[in-house]
Design a protein around this ligand. Structure first.
Ligand SMILES: Nc1ncnc2c1ncn2[C@@H]1O[C@H](COP(=O)(O)OP(=O)(O)OP(=O)(O)O)[C@@H](O)[C@H]1O
Length: 647
């Protein structure tokens, strides 16, 4: 912003030079940057932007005010007693207008709660709540959906997949957002961006962080993660880059590195707008311009905020840095009785002196191409596959648990005989094994919820649709479910000596498999709908207890009062239990004691005792599969419609 820019530019060149060397060296790419670099630079004008949200306390506030007025015998006059009129809507941004020129680096400043993030969200077209009015123009034109082609948004939180490498993270965005490029060109683009953000040497490092389940994967520092997020936004050659507090949580050195990366981009024509809380003077000097927001209104736009505040009578007596002085002045102005006059003065100046001088370049509007849903699925499935197998501890512990369950169950139910004494033990085995396969997916609630957070962030950037994302991790979970249930079933089945022929084993295994798959999808549905770990556990536990109680093992359908018998029909585990009973006992002789009465001479009598005689194996399995599919749809529905990113 002043003479110190020269120093920073020199440093920037060094950073760029260093990273370029790394880039060409690490992967052996050596290409002409200009061929794949298409930043075109745009001017953004926003006119009379307002943002209103519903005042949720409206009724309460109105009631309190009425009570106050009544207690004064109706003697309060709202205006003369200085009592605010209670509005149905709360105004967060009020008629803000401004301009950001091509290749400028602009700081959005103001006190906490002044409306910086709101303005950025609106400029990024990412506000999903409230009522927005006003216009956003690109080079003087409203360009509708094509806006997203020009603009990328880096939110405050870095939502990245911990198990991916830096290169894979950027390639993922290149795959989904650059359908026109071939593989080679996409890789070149990825490495060019890595060079731009100074991460060429970290290309093969994992992002790292806390994996679902709590294991820590070593990876990048906070500043490096932020640069990866910026890289993801840059892959598509955006002309406008919006960032919400990119330095929050970073130490001063990392913050400076991140901001210098942004400064380098502006030199290539990218327009950068970044909200920033309390920048150091060094960082502040990298900006060409500031937009100062106070209580949802614009106080100033320009390159000499100190001079402007001086002209308003705010003098920097304590010799504070410019950003600190600016924030102090904002606080004073927000509380000042002269607030309205000060703001109106700027708005008049902008309307009369600045707005008429804005001139616009021509802009060739390209409608962004999107990749097909099949290609989205391919890219997402690949990523989900790698993510699944890289969480080795989680993966191995699930296989070990499956083996242990098989062995433990065998110790409790080992060597079952086909006689009257062991009927109850066999039924206990069938029930307990269903219970275990039903409960195993509970351990994946945090995994499903963390995937959901990633989905919300990526969906907001509109890089893919819900179905291909959903299929990726769910199909892997299901394929893994086939393996887990097979390991556990084959161990325990063989040691427990259940009905010993191949077809009975296969029929039993298929039912157990679908009990497990249904249970995975039940947990995914509940996680997607509730959106939190606590609620997911609470609802899943409640539902599971109900399902387990009414399988038909503890209480047969006939033992229930008529008005409760329908519960069995809504219970997928009931059909699972019916299928297991039929697989084990249909048309099977059961040994009878020689000298006493025989309660169940064959399996059919036992099936009849439990009132399952009206089902065939196919019907029971069929209904279980239908329920599994219903929960698949519910999980997809929950992902698409519930717990969306709300801004
Ligand atoms: N959808 C919404 N519903 C209700 N209030 C909202 C909504 N969006 C923003 N606000 C309110 O608007 C005000 C401005 O919020 P915003 O996040 O834009 O501030 P900010 O300047 O970015 O603050 P900070 O620097 O602390 O992040 C806050 O008081 C916030 O609570």
């Amino acid at each position: 912003m002043d003479s110190k820019d020269n120093v920073s530019n020199k440093n920037n060149t060094e950073v760029l030079k260093k990273s370029n060397d790394g880039f060409n060296g690490v992967q052996g790419f050596n290409f002409d940057r200009k061929n794949i670099e298409k930043y075109i630079g745009v001017q953004i004008t926003f006119e009379n932007l307002s943002y209103k949200v519903e005042n949720r306390k409206y009724k309460k506030q109105l009631k309190e005010q009425k009570e106050k007025i009544n207690s004064n015998g109706g003697a309060i006059d709202l205006e003369s007693d200085g009592i605010k009129k209670i509005e149905k809507e709360k105004t967060i941004l009020n008629n803000v207008s401004g301009v950001v020129e091509k290749g400028e680096m602009v700081a959005l400043m103001g006190q906490s709660g002044s409306g910086k993030s709101t303005l950025l969200d609106i400029l990024a077209k990412r506000k999903s709540t409230g009522k927005i009015t006003g216009k956003i123009l690109v080079n003087g034109k409203e360009i509708g959906d094509a806006y997203k082609k020009y603009c990328s948004y880096v939110t405050q939180e870095d939502t990245l997949l911990e198990t991916s490498t830096v290169e894979e993270t950027l390639k993922f965005y290149a795959d989904l957002k650059l359908p026109d490029l071939n593989e080679d060109e996409k890789m070149k683009r990825v490495y060019q961006v890595l060079s731009d953000v100074g991460l060429s040497e970290r290309a093969n490092s994992k992002i790292g962080g806390i994996l679902p389940g709590g294991m820590i994967l070593k990876g990048l520092s906070g500043g490096e993660k932020k640069r990866v997020s910026i890289g993801c936004a840059l892959v598509t050659n955006p002309s406008l880059l919006l960032l919400d507090e990119p330095t929050s949580g970073l130490d001063s050195t990392s913050a400076l590195v991140v901001m210098r990366v942004l400064k380098n981009l502006t030199e290539k024509g990218v327009t950068v707008v970044s909200s920033i809380h309390q920048p150091s003077q060094k960082i502040f000097n990298l900006f060409n311009k500031v937009i100062v927001v106070v209580k949802g209104r614009i106080l100033y736009i320009g390159s000499d905020v100190k001079g402007y505040l001086d002209s308003l009578g705010f003098i920097n007596q304590e010799d504070l840095s410019t950003p600190d002085f600016c924030l102090d002045a904002c606080n004073d102005i927000a509380k000042s009785s002269d607030f309205e006059n000060i703001i109106t003065k700027w708005e008049k100046h902008y309307r009369e002196e600045i707005a008429p001088t804005i001139c616009n370049d021509n802009l060739n509007i390209e409608i962004p191409k999107t990749v097909s849903i099949f290609y989205q699925y391919k890219v997402l499935q690949e990523r989900a596959f790698k993510n699944f197998f890289r969480n080795k501890v989680g993966l191995l512990s699930r296989i070990v648990i499956a083996i242990l369950i098989g062995l433990l169950l065998s110790t409790a139910f080992g060597g079952l005989e086909n006689n009257q004494e062991d009927i109850l033990n066999t039924l206990g085995y069938l029930f307990f094994f269903s219970l275990i396969l039903h409960l195993i997916p509970f351990g994946s609630i945090t995994l499903f919820l963390s995937i959901r957070t990633l989905f919300n962030a990526e969906r907001a950037s509109k890089i893919y649709t819900t179905l291909p994302f959903f299929l990726g991790p769910v199909l892997i979970e299901m394929v893994f479910g086939v393996l887990i249930s097979f390991i556990a079933v084959i161990i325990s089945y063989s040691i427990s000596h259940l009905r010993w022929d191949v077809s009975s084993f296969i029929l039993t295994y298929i039912v157990y498999l679908f009990i497990h798959l249904f249970s995975v999808l039940m947990i995914v549905s509940i996680s997607n709908i509730t959106g939190t770990v606590d609620l997911s556990f609470t609802y899943a536990t409640g539902l599971s207890i109900t399902f387990l109680l009414y399988t038909g093992f503890f209480i047969t359908i006939d033992q229930l009062p008529r008005s409760f018998q329908w519960i069995h029909y809504l219970n997928p585990l009931h059909y699972g239990f019916v299928g297991l009973m039929i697989a084990q006992y249909k048309d099977r002789e059961i040994e009878c004691p020689i000298n006493s009465a025989c309660l169940y001479p064959n399996g059919n009598a036992l099936i009849e005792h439990y009132s399952f005689e009206n089902y065939t194996y196919g019907e029971a399995l069929g209904i279980l599969i239908v329920w599994t599919f219903a929960y698949f749809c519910l999980a997809l529905f929950g992902l698409h419609y519930f717990n969306k990113e709300k801004r």
